[in-house]
Design a protein. Structure first.
Length: 504
């Protein structure tokens, strides 16, 4: 309701802006006529009205566009939040451009274009009415002349949309390509293949710039055509206005008024032509963002399970491409027991951990909690998976441990359990301030803030020395939960503390 009122108020203000603008054109002619007739009284009245119109025009347009900008802020904040809600829940790769270039393009080339077109439409309507008021005989010429600039967009419109689609499609690929190559640069440096990667990138860059050039070229051609035809339209008015003046049917002031009003016909038409091009150019982006919002946010139902919570893997199959990783794996994890899953690298330990934690889905088989398939409900209150590559926020150590959750736990005392020798107020990030082992300790502490019935840890001590590893593992094995730890190397004395060892 609030948004609807906003749109109505904006439209009314734009209508007042267009009306006062056209009246200013009329009074321009009246001022010239008063001067040519040496009519001081008419001159003073026309000048006063003109000043009043300028003030009203400035005020209405200023308020209208401030309201438009406020509406845009609300609309695009909501849009990006909706995209983010879906991206943060989705297992597929997010398109970062949806938060930057795509939404910027939609703002300038769709949202603002709509209001600018409404403004120009009102301007043209009142310009036509004003020309009728000045001299109706000039209206047909004015309408024909003002329509000339639209020829460009009509001819080039489909081509612009086609080239825009090609550019935006390749642009998404280009962004992902650059991100992947820069992200893997250390590997390229190790093998001394930087030059080969640069050559590959140069070919892609050339194609990207060719797509940009083709899109800009057709846009410029369309805009230049509109501008040239717009200039021709003024010539038609001068010819027809001059003819009527020589016949004594129109005053010089009226001709100037019509010329001024023609600015409010021809210029908007030229602008409309450009805006139509922008609108069409942004359509592929609009369709892409719209498609991303079609997918509903799936909120799985929370289910109340009674203890003991039992985790069962049943006939699990998984493969990457044609390589079989897991085949018919079945196991029952009893509540409160401690399990070690070990094996050589590449045997599927981490894959199994992610399947048990619901991070990825098996090709065949199912994972059950108290005989309920975890794919059918929200199981996050029961299973917690700790990755070997934890997320580190650009925040304090304490904020990284709490991880957006409110907790009254003594964080300093908790840090002592894993021998994390950092001030809890220290600011850290993934790039600086922490070693690999310290990052992993923060991830472990994060899991201990609110312990779930089933805790799964993937190589929790791989980057930590033996003494601290044993301290941390003893802490994890003391939890009143089912604890599953993935590891390829562990002290024999610690291994003895597990209830079962699963070889992969």
């Amino acid at each position: 309701m609030k948004k609807k009122i906003y749109y109505i108020l904006i439209s009314l203000l734009l209508l007042i802006t267009a009306l006062t603008l056209s009246m200013m054109g009329i009074y321009t002619g009246k001022i010239v006529t008063a001067i040519s007739n040496l009519d001081l009284n008419a001159f003073n009245i026309s000048l006063f009205v003109m000043l009043l119109l300028v003030i009203i025009n400035f005020t209405s347009s200023n308020i209208a566009f401030r309201m438009i900008f406020n509406l845009g802020m609300e609309e695009f904040t909501f849009l990006k939040n909706e995209i983010f809600k879906r991206d943060i829940r989705s297992k597929s790769e997010a398109n970062i451009a949806n938060y930057t270039t795509n939404t910027e393009a939609l703002y300038s080339s769709r949202f603002m274009v709509i209001f600018n077109m409404i403004n120009l439409f009102f301007t043209m309507i009142f310009a036509v009415l004003s020309i009728i008021y000045v001299n109706f005989k000039l209206l047909p010429i004015a309408v024909i002349a003002s329509a000339l600039p639209l020829v460009g967009p009509i001819i080039f419109g489909k081509n612009i949309e086609k080239k825009s689609k090609a550019f935006n499609s390749f642009y998404d690929f280009y962004q992902k390509y650059i991100a992947k190559r820069i992200g893997n640069k250390n590997e390229f440096i190790r093998y001394q293949i930087e030059e080969e990667v640069v050559k590959e990138k140069n070919l892609i860059e050339t194609q990207h710039e060719q797509n940009r050039r083709d899109l800009k070229s057709i846009n410029i051609l369309s805009n230049i055509s509109s501008q040239s035809l717009g200039s021709l339209s003024y010539l038609l008015i001068y010819l027809s206005g001059g003819y009527l003046a020589f016949k004594g049917e129109i005053e010089i002031g009226a001709i100037l008024a019509v010329v001024q009003l023609m600015n409010y016909l021809v210029d908007p038409v030229i602008s409309l032509a450009s805006l139509m091009n922008m609108y069409k150019e942004a359509k592929p982006i609009y369709d892409k963002v719209k498609d991303s919002l079609v997918t509903p946010i799936v909120e799985r139902e929370k289910v109340q399970l009674s203890k003991p919570i039992e985790l069962i893997a049943k006939n699990i199959d998984f493969s990457y491409d044609d390589k079989v990783i897991l085949k018919d794996f079945s196991y029952k994890f009893n509540y409160g027991k401690k399990y070690l899953i070990r094996g050589e690298s590449g045997k599927g330990k981490s894959t199994l951990a992610k399947i048990l934690a619901g991070e990825i889905s098996p090709k065949n088989g199912e994972v059950l909690l108290n005989n309920q398939d975890i794919s059918s409900f929200d199981f996050r209150d029961y299973i917690l998976y700790v990755d070997q590559k934890p997320t580190i926020l650009d925040k304090s150590v304490e904020e990284n441990i709490k991880f957006y959750r409110s907790s009254n736990m003594d964080i300093k005392a908790l840090m002592g359990k894993v021998n994390l020798k950092k001030n809890q107020d220290n600011l850290v990030s993934s790039e600086e301030g922490l070693s690999g082992g310290e990052m992993m300790r923060i991830a472990i502490l994060r899991s201990l803030v609110d312990v779930n019935p089933i805790m799964i840890y993937d190589e929790p001590t791989s980057a930590i020395d033996q003494v601290n590893s044993n301290t941390i593992l003893n802490e994890l094995l003391s939890l009143d939960s089912t604890v599953i730890i993935i590891s390829h190397k562990m002290d024999d004395n610690i291994i003895k503390k597990f209830d079962e060892v699963i070889e992969i």
